[in-house]
Design a protein around this ligand. Structure first.
Ligand code: GAL
Length: 976
């Protein structure tokens, strides 16, 4: 209850009000310590490798699915999650903040802690993030003061937000023993560094501390420029500011070509131990703090009008990229790495910034439909490796290593305390993708070797390998291995390498051990002089070797090829870690009452093999029978998912939805657009009224104008408007359709405003009563990345050549449950046509696909019932038109409402998105759902709604329990 109350924060704008806020909680005594040095962050003195993925809860409007994503991150080796909090998502108006339902940020922070992930909290106030206004609420566009500066009106607004969100974050700090937040970011990519910004950064730091945030604070530098480093850094050329840590972002991974095929790889940067030094690159922008990438590319966003690059990005920035680039970061000693994005999700409703369309899939490790991509499994290899080898949290450069081939370079580091050596062979240069065989010298307290001693070691294609020498692992002593360590549990070690490549592993024993090859083809050689057991094999499926009796505890070595290694999962339990082979996902593991209770997903029938505590297992709550194997594991089989049938979408109804275009339409209740002053950067010409929608409180989606005039109409009507990327305008003069204008989608910086010009037929031009009806679709406010108030570019009409007109304006009403970004001002939205339960019985039956259409907006509605088998997670999408082509060419678009939630925008002639992810929770997988499409276009043949169908984006047996998200139904307004 207390949490509930606290979640409903109504923050008041004054600083005094903030500090004396009645719900402020007493700061609990610190229970844990967070410290750091140049190597790493330490929690209660224990060094950490923060391996973090970016996740935006506001891009997944189904809180139970937050648990799904966070469990998937934990299972694939991440130790932390980085979360932007979007001011705009919570604040429909000054002083109003909402943290309920899909905006319940206490919930996501609880779930992160539950999943065992640390949290990097990033509440802005400015976040960029390809969200409208870069996170600024629409109402901030009406402020006079420069945003992201020390302007008093801006600072008061920023404080208002921070008061609200800090109250949430402060409840989840690791230091207080109440959560897992370990780091906190102020601002984002504040590249202006004048006095106004220095004051601003100081103000933010002090404000956040006053709000009882006690974890280390950092800023995210746009590139490795040394901007906002801690005051004591002392590096010439850097810009000090009031922060505790220095962090930066970078997206160096190479991109996809416009035709959506992968461009060539890039070289991986050395921004740490191996950098040239100095403020710009190198190790020393902040010599006393850990190397910290607040964002390192985990994909890239895609633009309106592209050819659809997400699948390509997932390949270009796929496994090879991850190994080379993230590996190079590891070799450079960067021990806090966050990958942006790890789950991109959906910029649903009017969340997108002008640059992006609804899907924010990002080519990320977890796709928009919540499926693990191959690159997620490579992340698992890397994340598990980092957890398996704690000495990697403290690395110094070691003696240079010269490999036998000049086509290869080998990074060589050592932990000064344990003398564990780390080698990272990559191509020379690292963008090369040749197939090169090499040897390299290993010299540790165990002796000197040329590695490998038998067989070959190679780099084939975009690849890098984390090789370790002189390391104690699961009771064994590893002299070196040319296989990579993936993980270990008591008595079992998992090593892996690329399929078909040789592996050589040397282990040291006091006396000759017994070697049993349980599976596969592995040769062993005993070097009595050194006490080395050398195992040689080819990585191919899964070889198993039992080593015992050498004076060390027995061990099972699992020697896998990397794809087979990717079928393993590891999680901790109170009784020690568990290693699992087989299922598509291991979500949770608990040891309780002698039973190892596992939960997870299967995508097909197959093995479940378990190395862990106890002899009894349950899977998804059911006890299962399993057999002991010679590998020290328990083995059984799990069923795959049942078949899933999706209903066809039929029974469509339709209704016309642009009544505002009619001459006789009654706009007497609409506000008059009579303002003469605006804070927007797009002022109207002298003498004309301010028309920009924000000035009248309409910040999102579609806005309608009606201009009344008695003057003759010019032969050419020009309408200046602002609408964001691929935004558009439709106009009618005296009920006659003039046309539609769509802002061009020039990549990668589409214009966000433009001029629509319409020829006016002679018979409409004479004097007398005229009404010009205009709808402007606002595809988002600009981000303010360059600190130039770009978010204040006007939206809606800016000026017209119907100069004598008196204007009325009307936009949307915020949905109190679905939030400020769900709705714009379409007549149908205002009348509840997007909602479940709307009585559409009298609407006309509709044909979908539709051969033709009327100009303006036509609403289509249907209901469908889903019957997904219990205990399954089926991820569904809605597909409009033919996904094989990025643009169908029809001059129309559609807003997709499912159970009243605006889940995206289709633009047939802009593209590229055809499939819209429908998250469970919004969707009822076991019941009736309402689909409403607001189809807006030119009308005429070829411009009608194309085929509409449900698409299965992935089925597993398993998943998390998903409760339905509150989706209020249509309720007639009092009085009819
Ligand atoms: C970064 C920025 C993020 C996001 C990203 C690109 O520069 O900090 O917010 O915009 O670029 O997706």
């Amino acid at each position: 209850m207390r949490r509930r109350l606290l979640a409903l924060v109504l923050a008041l704008a004054t600083a005094a009000g903030v500090s004396s806020a009645p719900v402020a909680e007493a700061a609990p005594a610190a229970k844990h310590r967070i410290t750091f040095d140049k190597y790493s962050l330490m929690l209660d003195g224990h060094r950490q490798f923060l391996w973090s993925g970016e996740f935006h809860p506001f891009r997944l409007p189904s809180p139970d699915l937050w648990r799904d994503v966070l469990q998937k991150m934990k299972a694939t080796g991440y130790t932390a999650v980085s979360i932007y909090f979007d001011w705009n998502y919570h604040s429909p108006a000054p002083g109003v903040y909402d943290f309920t339902g899909v905006r319940d940020m206490d919930r996501v922070l609880d779930l992160a802690a539950e999943a065992g992930l640390y949290v990097i909290a990033r509440p802005g106030p400015y976040i960029n993030a390809e969200v409208t206004g870069g996170g600024f609420p629409g109402w901030l566009a009406t402020q006079q003061g420069t945003a992201r500066s020390d302007a008093p009106d801006y600072l008061a607004a920023a404080d208002e937000w921070l008061t609200a969100i800090d109250r949430v974050i402060a409840r989840h700090q690791y230091v207080d023993g109440r959560g897992s937040v370990v780091l906190y970011q102020i601002e984002n990519e504040l590249a202006a560094t004048g006095v106004a910004q220095q004051n601003y950064i100081t103000h933010l730091y002090d404000k956040v501390r006053a709000d009882r945030i006690s974890v280390p604070i950092f800023h995210n530098d746009r590139g490795r420029n040394g901007i906002w480093v801690p005051p004591d850094s002392g590096v010439p050329g850097t810009v000090p500011g009031k922060v505790d840590l220095y962090a930066w972002d970078t997206y160096p991974g190479g991109t996809c070509r416009p035709d959506a095929t992968p461009g060539p790889p890039n070289n991986a940067p050395d921004w740490g131990l191996y950098g040239p030094g100095g403020a710009k690159g190198g190790a020393s922008a902040s010599p006393n703090t850990p190397g910290f990438t607040a964002e390192f590319g985990g994909g890239w966003f895609d633009y309106w009008g592209s050819n659809g690059t997400y699948p390509c990005t997932a390949v270009r920035q796929g496994p090879g990229y991850e190994r080379v680039f993230y590996g190079t970061n590891i070799a450079n000693g960067l021990t806090i790495q966050n990958f942006y994005m790890t789950f991109g999700g959906t910029s649903w409703g009017w969340l997108p910034a002008p640059v992006v369309y609804s899907s924010y899939d990002y080519g990320a490790a977890i796709d928009e439909g919540r499926q693990l991509r191959p690159k997620a499994l490579t992340m698992k290899e890397l994340g598990y490796f980092l957890q398996a080898v704690p000495p990697i949290t403290k690395q110094d450069k070691a003696d240079p290593v010269t490999p036998s081939s000049t086509a290869v370079k080998v990074y060589h580091n050592v932990n000064p305390d344990t003398q564990t050596h780390f080698y990272l062979p990559v191509h020379n240069p690292s963008k090369a993708t040749t197939n090169d065989v090499f040897t390299f010298p290993v010299s540790t307290p165990d002796g000197a070797y040329t590695v490998p001693q038998a067989g070959t070691l190679r780099l084939d294609g975009q690849d890098a390998k984390h090789l370790v020498a002189n390391f104690d692992l699961a009771g064994q002593h590893l002299v070196y291995s040319t296989s990579e360590i993936m993980t270990s549990v008591a008595g079992t070690v998992l090593l892996h390498g690329r399929p078909g490549e040789d592996g050589e592993t040397a282990l040291r024993y006091p006396r000759e051990p017994k070697v049993e090859v349980l599976a596969g083809n592995v040769t062993s050689t005993w070097d009595a002089g050194r006490g080395d057991l050398r195992l040689n094999h080819v990585h191919n499926g899964l070889a198993r070797v039992r080593v015992s009796g050498g004076g060390r505890p027995p061990v099972t070595l699992l020697l896998a090829d990397s794809p087979t290694a990717d079928t393993f999962w590891r999680l901790g339990t109170a009784a020690g870690p568990v290693l699992v082979r087989g299922p598509a996902l291991l979500r949770t593991a608990r040891f309780h009452g002698g039973v190892l209770a596992l939960t997870g997903d299967t995508a097909q029938a197959g093995d479940l093999e378990v190395w862990g505590p106890g002899a009894r297992i349950s899977w998804n709550g059911r006890p299962i029978r399993a057999w002991q194997t010679s590998s020290g594991s328990l083995l059984t089989r799990l069923p795959g998912p049942a078949a899933v049938e999706l209903p066809a979408l039929t029974g469509w109804k339709q209704a016309a939805g642009s009544p505002e275009s009619a001459v006789a339409y009654d706009d007497s209740s609409w506000p008059a657009a009579t303002k003469t002053d605006t804070a927007s950067t797009t002022k109207p010409p002298a003498g004309q009224p301010v028309l920009t929608a924000d000035d009248y409180g309409f910040h999102t989606g579609d806005v309608w104008y009606r201009g009344h005039s008695r003057d003759p109409v010019p032969a050419q009507l020009s309408l200046d408007y602002g609408a964001g990327g691929a935004g558009m305008l439709q106009a009618w003069l005296d009920g006659h359709y003039l046309g539609r204008h769509v802002l061009p989608s020039a990549l990668p910086a589409p214009p966000t405003s433009g001029t629509a010009t319409f020829a006016v037929p002679a018979e409409l031009r004479g004097s007398g009563d005229h009404v010009l009806s205009v709808m402007v679709r606002n595809n988002g406010h600009n981000e303010d990345g360059d600190v130039n108030d770009a978010h204040k570019e006007g939206r809606g009409l800016i000026s017209t050549t119907l100069t004598g007109a008196a204007w009325k304006i009307r936009g949307g009403v915020a949905d109190p449950v679905r939030g400020p970004l769900n709705n714009g001002g379409l007549d149908g939205e205002r009348a509840g046509w997007s909602l479940p339960g709307y009585p559409d019985g009298r609407w006309a039956a509709a044909q979908v696909p539709a051969a033709t259409a009327a100009p303006g907006t036509t609403w289509y509605r249907t209901n469908f019932t889903l019957d997904v088998p219990n205990g399954h997670d089926v991820s569904l999408g809605l597909t409009i038109g033919d996904p094989a082509t990025p643009r169908s060419g029809g001059h129309y678009g559609a807003l997709v409402f499912v159970n009243g939630w605006n889940l995206g925008q289709y633009l047939a002639d802009v593209g590229p998105q055809h499939t819209f992810v429908l998250p469970n929770g919004i969707l009822d997988p076991h019941g009736r759902n309402t689909l409403a499409l607001a189809v807006t276009g030119d009308g005429g043949p070829g411009n009608g709604l194309e085929t509409v169908a449900l698409t299965n984006l992935g089925t597993v047996r398993g998943g998390v329990a998903v409760r339905l998200v509150d989706s209020p139904r249509y309720r007639p307004r009092p009085g009819g």
